[in-house]
Design a protein around this ligand. Structure first.
Ligand SMILES: Cc1cc2nc3c(=O)[nH]c(=O)nc-3n(C[C@H](O)[C@H](O)[C@H](O)COP(=O)(O)OP(=O)(O)OC[C@H]3O[C@@H](n4cnc5c(N)ncnc54)[C@H](O)[C@@H]3O)c2cc1C
Length: 567
């Protein structure tokens, strides 16, 4: 790895041994004496010896250090050697985003020479970034840029061994990426010296994907939950005390609710089945979200929101499903996997909706092996120079077709209806019509998928012409709508005819009578037929299925949560 001019220019206190992708002054700022004094009020001075280890990878308790004399180095240990990541001098500080979430340390922190630091514990650091906006900006920006750098260079506590031809490898990569966790990737089919690694950890080719956590634990074809467990994603979260609000789902609606609730002083727990970001997290580019004139990827938006929620103290449990809601008594109880219940004074349901799938028997065989439900940069790379098929006539299908047309040879677009006008935004229809790479086929339906380990061929039926065609297409993107995530609340709240949750003025007197609504007031906007339980985003009946409406509903629900808490 080489040093950039910017890194060298930063002076002798900084020994970053890899090419930085962002400005070094912003990533490794030097604090002013006045700023250091404000931080000192939140911590205590501590002498450090040369070589003294302050934090080990995997440590749960990770303080924040500001160097006031001498130096502190960050290193990544491995079985054979260690890599120096960065060297901090006086006025500089340690840490990255894990310090906000309370997740275990990724790297070792050690005194590089005798000196002194100010040590601040995580609670005090959170208090500092929540109350001192100037320091918050400096610290949060540095933390986020450092995490981006760790991800870019695969510097962390995880090595993933896999194959780009293996759908399970793709799943693990996606889970780590969407959780913003840095990992080094070893490709069985491409990387030299892979046999040494396989021998050292007794891994066979059939075991992939294999995840090596902290050079110690070897997980063969792990589930997302096993990965989260091994990396300690939820270890710092207390599941036993009663929360002011439990938010179920960490899509845009749930994350917005978490940011507003935590920033307004509520004790917030978020439960998420998979990864933060929800459907939006799989969107390659959101172009209609206010404030991003050039668009933003769903993952970038979700990553920012996730960090923002953690900054205000919201806790987010990853790979924890809400299995059921115990709604006949207060506080409400939400049963999560492994028979644990979390207690909540109020609940926000933000479980969104899941993709509708065409009834093709062998469809699951090709999921992530040629059939995808999102078109991000990762999938676009897979079908570079090949034909791709997008099924669906809504905005997400239109965006996927336009996005994939940048890299694919041809994009075929299948729509069951006779046109796009009723289901897609006008600007997207225009882009599709004007793009010579996209062929739109209306009145047409996908009927079969063929292949062995990977999708090879697709059959579709043109209902108007009355014929069936087979095409050699290895990549299909299904964008055909969604069903609401309401199974876990069955019998607790009133639903509309399509299974979406009824709220506020949509609840009829009959709904309220059937639900035994106990209060003299009518339900608040966004409140369900159960007092103190709210529904926001795509899961709510009548919701406009857009990121902005999900975010808006998640945010405003919090003012009603305050009212419900005070009742
Ligand atoms: C590919 C694609 C592109 C899109 N592009 C745009 C766009 O450009 N602009 C736009 O405005 N909108 C876009 N949308 C729509 C937008 O993403 C959704 O409207 C928005 O994500 C809805 O947010 P939500 O939080 O309500 O639900 P979701 O995003 O669906 O999130 C729900 C979350 O809840 C979790 N969950 C579900 N059940 C449980 C449970 N029992 N326990 C715990 N967690 C649970 C899920 O895992 C998920 O993370 C797009 C959608 C897709 C699929």
């Amino acid at each position: 790895m080489t040093e950039t001019g910017a890194t060298q220019a930063a002076g002798t206190a900084l020994g970053v041994p890899f090419t930085l992708t962002s400005g070094v002054e912003r990533m490794f700022p030097t604090l002013t004496p006045a700023q250091i004094e404000r931080i000192a009020a939140h911590g205590h001075a501590r002498r450090v010896r040369s070589g003294e280890v302050l934090v080990q990878p995997g440590d749960q308790i990770v303080p924040f250090f500001v160097v006031t004399a001498g130096g502190v180095e960050i290193v990544r240990p491995s079985s054979a050697s260690e890599t120096l990541v960065v060297l901090y001098g006086p006025g500089q500080f340690t840490g990255e985003v894990n310090m906000l979430s309370g997740r275990p340390a990724l790297l070792r922190v050690r005194g590089s020479q005798a000196g002194e630091v100010i040590e601040v514990d995580r609670e005090q650091l959170l208090a500092l970034v929540q109350t001192d906006s100037q320091l918050s900006e400096v610290i949060m920006r540095a933390f986020i840029l450092r995490r981006v750098e760790l991800i870019t260079h695969g510097l962390g506590d995880v090595v993933l061994v896999g194959s780009n031809y293996c759908s399970e490898t793709l799943r693990v990569k996606e889970f780590l990426t969407r959780n913003g966790h840095p990992y080094a990737y070893v490709d069985l089919d491409r990387d030299d010296g892979v046999q040494d690694l396989l021998d050292r950890f007794h891994i066979g080719g059939a075991d992939v994907p294999v995840l090596i956590c902290r050079g110690e634990v070897v997980l063969r074809s792990p589930t997302n939950r096993q990965i989260a467990g091994c990396l300690g994603f939820n270890d710092a979260i207390d599941q036993t005390h009663i929360r002011d609000v439990v938010i179920v789902g960490a899509g845009p609606a749930g994350l917005a609710a978490a940011v507003y609730a935590a920033s307004e002083g509520l004790d917030v727990l978020v439960l998420e089945t998979n990864s933060p970001g929800g459907q939006a997290g799989s969107s390659s580019k959101i172009e209609n979200y206010l404030g991003f004139p050039t668009g933003i990827s769903g993952q970038a938006l979700a990553g920012r929101a996730y960090t923002q929620a953690q900054k205000f103290g919201a806790q987010v449990m990853i790979t924890k499903d809400a299995k059921s809601l115990v709604c006949d008594r207060k506080p409400y109880a939400i049963e999560i996997d492994d028979d644990v219940r979390v207690l909540a004074r109020t609940v926000i349901i933000a479980t969104g909706a899941a993709y509708r799938k065409p009834s093709i028997e062998n469809l699951p065989q090709f999921e992530n092996a040629g059939v995808y439900y999102g078109a991000t940069f990762m999938e676009a790379q897979l079908c570079r120079g090949e034909d791709a098929l997008v099924v669906g006539g809504g905005n997400s299908a239109g965006q996927a077709a336009v996005f994939l047309a940048q890299t694919a040879k041809h994009v075929h677009m299948l729509v069951r209806a006779k046109g796009l006008a009723e289901t897609m935004s006008r600007y997207l229809i225009r882009r599709i019509e004007q793009n010579p790479t996209i062929a739109l086929r209306t009145n047409t339906e996908i009927v079969a998928l063929e292949g062995n380990n990977h999708l090879e061929r697709v059959r579709w039926r043109d209902h108007r012409a009355g014929n069936t065609e087979t095409h050699d297409i290895r990549h299909v993107f299904l964008m055909t709508g969604a069903v609401p995530g309401t199974k876990w609340i069955e019998g607790c709240v009133a639903l509309d005819a399509k299974g979406f949750i009824k709220t506020g003025p949509d609840l009829s007197p009959q709904d309220l009578t059937a639900a035994h609504w106990p209060l003299t007031r009518v339900p608040h906007l966004l409140e369900t037929s159960l007092p103190g339980v709210f529904a926001v985003g795509d899961v709510r009946g009548g919701n406009i299925k857009r990121v902005a409406s999900a975010v808006g509903e998640g945010s405003i629900a919090i003012s009603f949560v305050h009212q419900a808490l005070s009742e």
